[in-house]
Design a binder for this molecule. Structure first.
Ligand SMILES: [Zn+2]
Ligand SMILES: [Zn+2]
Length: 263
């Protein structure tokens, strides 16, 4: 299962779960599970059962819920690492026998945070012109052979578009990579990255019906920072309930990110 479908499953399950919980509480209440039992109005057995059931419920449900969020986070990190490298083998023998080609490519990014920030699939934040940092070893100057650090990009736009279609709230960006870089069968991993442009979707990211007109900041749940802000490009209708400070026009977003936007 990929992280996108795991997230979708959670979304489908939540309303059923709320309804189920409500029915359980109602049933327990109707059959006297909450009454004291001392006045003989409810059988002691039922009273004990509902008390035990709800105690377990309060302990287990958050644990299951948090474990599932952790699982989604794990899946999305794995996907992020697998992305551009395709198979992990370099297409040449010696890592320092570097390819002499332009490292131009495509990838997807989310826009997250109170102040809009580009965010990779693995959760790392970067600006339009940035140098990679290694999360697992501070001594590394990315990219390092055998580590996952560095900026990734697909060389074929079709690979990035496929990834875009399974991550519908992300944006397609066009990048150039510089510095030390490794070439893989499907892309590159390199030291620094300049984002040239961002392609905007033709449909609203929420209703998928109308043409989008502006960016809005909505609250999401995820493990990385438990609850976080994610910017989506939405139509008039799907963005009208947002307050003025939670909206940005296309030009404003382009200025904040320092990236040209193309439709
Ligand atoms: Zn590293
Ligand atoms: Zn819409």
């Amino acid at each position: 299962m990929d992280s996108a479908s795991a997230e979708r499953k959670l979304g489908e399950f939540l309303p059923k779960f709320c309804l189920g919980s409500l029915i359980a509480v109602l049933l327990a209440f109707l059959f006297g599970g909450f009454s004291s039992g001392s006045d003989g109005s409810a059988p002691l057995l039922l009273h004990n059962f509902s008390r035990q059931f709800f105690t377990l419920y309060i302990i287990l449900v958050p644990i299951i819920f948090i474990s599932y969020l952790l699982y989604i986070d794990f899946l999305s990190r794995q996907e992020g690492k697998r992305t551009a490298t395709g198979n992990r083998k370099l297409i040449y023998d010696d890592a320092f026998d570097l390819p002499s080609q332009d490292m131009h490519g495509y990838k997807i990014a989310f826009i997250t945070g109170q102040v809009p920030t580009l965010t990779g699939l693995t959760g790392d934040l970067y600006v339009a012109d940035d140098t990679a940092r290694c999360e697992s070893n501070r001594e590394h100057i990315p990219p390092v052979v055998g580590c996952d650090c560095g900026f990734y990009a697909y060389s074929d736009i079709r690979d990035a578009k496929h990834q875009l279609s399974i991550n519908p709230t992300s944006f397609l960006i066009n990048v150039d990579l510089y510095g030390i870089g490794f070439a893989y069968s499907r892309g590159f991993r390199a030291e620094s990255q300049v984002v040239n442009s961002m392609s905007l979707p033709r449909r609203c990211m929420r209703c998928k019906i109308f043409p989008p007109i502006r960016f809005v900041k909505s609250h999401k749940f995820g493990f990385n920072s438990f609850a976080y802000w994610r910017w989506e490009f939405r139509c008039q209708m799907c963005s009208s309930i947002f307050k003025e400070e939670d909206r940005l026009s296309q030009d404003e977003m382009s200025n904040v990110l320092g990236i040209m936007m193309v439709k």
